[in-house]
Write a protein that binds this ligand. Structure first.
Ligand SMILES: Nc1ncnc2c1ncn2[C@@H]1O[C@H](COP(=O)(O)OP(=O)(O)OP(=O)(O)O)[C@@H](O)[C@H]1O
Length: 330
């Protein structure tokens, strides 16, 4: 777009919004605008986004407006914001609920007042776009770095699912996968104090890149109570410790199934295994998340359980409190 067209679009903005424009592009009727939102609180940021969107949507020839808010300038006191601290969420085995726990941990942290972002490092099987209800959204890039996608839950998120087409198989080799992870982690996470990173299961290239390059503050290990899953979980924990990343603790997911019909509790994957395993490893036990059909349903619907009310939301809130306390003391 020419400077003229950009200047023309700016005339539709209120002067204080126009003064915050860092870049403005118009292509095929779609406006992509990056605004400097430094110094604004959450409410002012939301107000700025709404006013800019409605002002530009009213301009003839504009069919869509995408707004990215940046806060990467030094704040008023001249201090540069610290990089967010990384919490890696790992598991030895796939399918134990690591992505579910990551998404709900990030939402529960945010509910507790901690600014949390979410990175889906499970780049071969990304699920966080669905879990946070941001499917179909595309992040914009600013200064060659991705701007995280906002979710309705106060948790910005970046996932390969935002960059690839739904259902598209991703078959990358190790170095490319590690490069993709770097892009996600080096996005504009300016406001976030904590980044929850959902790792792929196992102990491969991605996990190594993560440890070597980004030095997480700590790791949360997710396991079901099943023996086999626990053996793999112990292996994952070992990888973190060897890489100098402290294990914050272990979460037992899919623990205790309460029958919605008769109310009886059963333990399809056993019970108490993760707590015992954590003890053996000298790690803390961070709590149990029950096997509940509502968690599965809400995950599929993009409305994370931790954003609601009830015992399961409380279980995620308790987990978030433990993680936040750990961060405060480390
Ligand atoms: N506590 C729970 N209660 C009911 N369903 C759950 C629970 N935790 C996870 N699930 C469901 O189990 C399935 C696997 O969960 P999820 O994708 O979070 O696992 P994962 O360990 O990240 O898997 P992958 O290794 O494939 O990425 C999903 O359908 C999810 O909704």
């Amino acid at each position: 777009m020419t400077n003229d067209a950009s200047d023309h679009l700016k005339t539709f903005l209120a002067p204080e919004a126009a003064a915050r424009v860092q870049s403005l592009r118009l292509a095929d009727g779609r406006v992509t605008i990056v605004l400097d939102a430094s110094g604004l609180d959450a409410r002012a940021r939301a107000g700025l986004e709404t006013s800019v969107t409605s002002a530009l949507e009213a301009v003839q020839g504009v069919s869509e407006v995408r707004v990215a808010l940046m806060a990467d300038k030094p704040d008023g006191a001249g201090a540069v914001k610290a990089a967010p601290r990384i919490i890696a969420v790992g598991s030895g085995k796939g399918g134990v609920g690591k992505s579910t726990v990551s998404a709900n941990l990030a939402v529960a942290l945010s509910r507790a007042g901690c600014k949390a972002g979410l990175v889906d490092a499970d780049i071969y099987g990304p699920s966080q776009a669905r879990l946070l209800g941001t499917e179909g959204q595309r992040p914009v890039a600013h200064d060659n770095r991705l701007v995280p996608v906002a979710s309705r839950w106060g948790v910005p998120v970046l996932s390969m699912a935002h960059l690839s087409d739904p259902g598209q198989a991703i078959a990358w080799r190790g170095p490319m996968a590690s490069g993709a992870l770097t892009q996600l982690l080096e996005g504009h996470w300016d406001d976030a104090e904590v980044l929850v990173v959902d790792l792929p299961p196992g102990t491969g290239d991605i996990q190594l890149t993560m440890l070597q390059k980004f030095k997480p503050a700590g790791a949360v290990i997710v396991s079901t109570p099943q023996d086999l899953a626990l053996i793999d979980a112990a292996r994952a924990a070992e990888l973190f410790e060897k890489g100098g990343v402290p294990v914050i603790g272990m979460v037992e997911n899919m623990a205790g199934y309460v029958c919605p019909h008769c109310g009886e509790t059963s333990d399809p994957f056993g019970s108490g295994g993760a707590e015992a395993c954590a003890q053996t490893m000298g790690a803390d036990f961070l709590g149990r998340i029950p096997l509940d059909i509502a968690i599965r349903r809400e995950s599929d619907a993009g409305t994370p359980t931790a954003a609601g009310e009830g015992p399961q939301a409380d279980a995620f809130a308790a987990l978030a409190r433990k993680v936040a306390d750990w961060l405060d003391s480390h």
